[in-house]
Design a protein around this ligand. Structure first.
Ligand code: AMP
Length: 469
C-alpha cells in the first residue's frame, strides 16, 4: 500500500509544497505520527535520524501555529547546536511563503543578537537546553503562548547531562500544551520523563533505515602493547583502502591530533567539528561525497552533523562507551543494500567489549591481527589483478593495442605486460609502501610486525575486500 500525505490530514497547500521538494510519500514515522499530532495527542516517537522524524513533528506543528501572532508558540529542544541548526533549516524549508518564523538559539552565538531576534517576534524556536534556559531566565524568551514542546534526540540530551535544564524548561512551559519526545532509544529515564511530562501519549516506533546487520561486516584489531593506536591504524587503512570512512574518536582533541598525524603521513583526511562555519562544513561534505577526501575524523556528537550515508567503512578509533553509540556508528555504513565494514581498534584491556558487541548485534565479530607489510602488498597486488580483469573487458582497451604491437617487436609480451602493471601499481600505491620493489633501507624499519601465523585471517581479509567490490 502506498501512503500519501493527503490521507494524513495536512493542508493542500502544504502537500503541494512538499511535492515540489520531492516529498511524494510520507516515511513510516511521518505516516504514524502526523495524524496523532494533528489531533492534539502527546507522542513518544522512537526513531533515529534519517527516518524523516523532523518532518514528522515539524509539519503538524507548522500547520497549527498562528503566523500572525508574533509570540513563541512552539519550542524544539535539541542536544547539540548542529542539530538545532539542521532542524531549523529543515523547518524553514517546509514553510510556505516564509511563514511561520523559525529561529535557532544555541550557545556560542552572541546572546544579545538572539535577544534582538526574539524581540522581533518568532513563532517557532529550536534551541539547545542551556541557551534556551538562559534566555528564559533573562526574560528574553517567554513561553506564555507555548502550545508545542518537542524534545529531539531525547536520549542524547540525557547522555550529555542536559536533563536538569530540560526539566526546568518543561516545568516553565504552560500545562496546556502538546508535547512530543523523539529518541533513538528508550532508556528507562526517558520513559520516566515521559510519564512525568506527557499526557497519555501514543508511542510510535519505527525501524531505522539502516541495512540489515548482515551487510555490515564487523572486524576488530587489537592494538599491540607498546603501540600507539595511530601506528596500528595505518596498516589497517592500507589494507582496507576505504573509499569513504568516518573515523570516530572520543574527544575533539584526539580528532585534531589524529587528523594532523594522518595528514602528515599522506592520507586524504579531514576533521569535522562543530566550530566549522556553514560554508566550511558544506565544502568538506562535498569533498567527502566526491571522494576528494576519503577519511573524516569526528566525535560522535560532531558526526551527527555529517550527512554522508554512503560510507564504505566506519572506523572506531576509540571505542564508544555505550552499545547504542556503537550500533548508531556502524549503522552509517552498509546502507542502501551495499556492503559495509565496521572496524574497531581495541586495546588489550578493551577486548572484553568485543563479546558484548557480538551479543548485542547478534553478528559475529572477526578478530584480526594488524596486517603485515607483506599482507598489505599482497592485498594491493590482488586489487591490481582485479582491476586488470576489469580493464580487459573494457571498451577502451582497443586503443592501446597498437602500442602493444609496437613494443612486442622489441620485447617479450610478458615483459611488456609486467612493465605496464608496475606503472599502474606505482600510480595507486604510495612510494613508501612499495617495499618489495624498493631498496631504501629506511623503509624496512616501518612499524609493522613480522608475519605471525594467523588463524584464517587471510581468507577473512579477502572476504572483507570482496565485500567492498
Ligand atoms: P530526518 O530523519 O528528519 O533527519 O530526515 C532525513 C532525510 O530524509 C532528510 O534529508 C529529509 O529531507 C528527508 N525526508 C524526510 N521525509 C521525507 C519524505 N517524506 N520524502 C522524501 N524525503 C524525506
Amino acid at each position: 500500500m502506498t501512503l500519501s500525505f493527503t490521507s494524513l490530514g495536512l493542508s493542500e497547500a502544504r502537500i503541494s509544497h512538499l511535492e515540489s521538494m520531492g516529498y511524494t510519500e510520507p516515511t513510516a514515522i511521518q505516516a504514524e505520527a502526523i495524524p496523532h499530532l494533528l489531533s492534539g495527542r502527546d507522542l513518544i516517537g522512537q526513531a533515529q535520524t534519517g527516518t524523516g522524524k523532523t518532518a514528522a513533528f515539524a509539519l503538524p506543528m507548522m500547520e497549527q501555529v498562528d503566523s500572525s501572532n508574533p509570540t513563541v508558540q512552539a519550542l524544539i529542544l535539541t542536544p547539540t547546536r548542529e542539530l538545532a541548526i539542521q532542524v531549523c533549516q529543515a523547518m524553514r524549508g517546509f514553510r510556505i511563503s516564509g511563514r511561520p518564523k523559525v529561529l535557532a538559539l544555541y550557545g556560542g552565538q552572541s546572546i544579545e543578537r538572539q535577544q534582538e531576534q526574539l524581540n522581533r517576534g518568532t513563532q517557532i524556536v529550536v534551541g539547545t537546553p542551556g541557551r534556551v534556559l538562559d534566555l528564559l531566565n533573562r526574560g528574553s524568551l517567554s513561553l506564555k503562548s507555548l502550545g508545542w514542546l518537542v524534545l529531539d534526540e531525547a536520549d542524547e540530551m540525557l547522555n550529555m547531562g542536559f536533563i536538569q535544564d530540560v526539566e526546568k524548561i518543561l516545568s516553565k512551559a504552560p500545562a496546556d500544551r502538546q508535547t512530543a519526545f523523539f529518541s533513538a532509544t528508550m532508556a528507562p529515564q526517558i520513559r520516566e520523563l515521559a510519564t512525568k511530562y506527557l499526557q497519555s501519549p501514543v508511542t510510535v516506533t519505527v525501524q531505522s533505515p539502516k541495512a540489515s546487520p548482515k551487510q555490515i561486516q564487523q572486524v576488530s584489531y587489537i592494538v599491540p602493547r607498546g603501540w600507539t593506536k595511530v601506528r596500528a591504524l595505518q596498516p589497517i587503512l592500507e589494507l582496507e583502502d576505504p573509499e569513504t570512512a568516518i573515523i570516530f574518536v572520543r574527544t575533539r582533541r584526539t580528532a585534531g591530533d589524529l587528523t594532523r598525524q594522518l595528514q602528515a603521513a599522506g592520507y586524504s583526511v579531514d576533521e569535522y567539528h562543530g566550530d566549522l562555519s556553514q560554508s566550511q562544513r558544506e565544502r568538506l561534505m562535498m569533498r567527502f561525497r566526491q571522494q576528494q577526501v576519503k577519511l573524516v575524523v569526528a566525535t560522535d556528537i560532531a558526526a551527527r552533523g555529517l550527512h554522508v550515508d554512503d560510507l564504505t567503512h566506519v572506523i572506531n578509533f576509540d571505542m564508544p562507551d555505550a552499545m547504542e553509540s556503537y550500533v548508531h556508528r556502524i549503522g552509517r555504513t552498509g546502507r542502501a543494500g551495499k556492503n559495509g565494514v565496521a572496524i574497531s581498534l581495541v586495546t588489550p584491556l578493551e577486548k572484553y567489549k568485543l563479546r558484548q558487541i557480538e551479543r548485542h548485534t547478534k553478528q559475529p565479530m572477526t578478530l584480526m591481527k594488524i596486517p603485515t607489510r607483506a599482507e598489505i602488498a599482497a592485498r594491493n597486488l590482488e586489487r591490481l589483478r582485479s582491476q586488470v580483469r576489469d580493464a580487459i573487458t573494457s571498451e577502451r582497451l582497443a586503443s592501446f593495442l597498437p602500442i602493444v604491437s609496437q613494443l612486442s617487436e622489441e620485447y617479450d609480451l610478458r615483459t611488456v605486460a609486467a612493465a605496464a602493471l608496475q606503472m599502474a601499481y606505482d600510480q595507486t600505491v604510495p612510494a613508501w609502501q612499495r617495499e618489495h620493489h624498493s631498496s631504501d633501507p629506511e623503509l624496512s624499519e616501518r612499524g609493522v610486525p613480522l608475519p605471525k601465523k594467523r588463524k584464517g585471517s587471510t581468507s577473512e581479509s579477502r572476504e572483507v575486500s570482496k565485500a567492498k567490490e
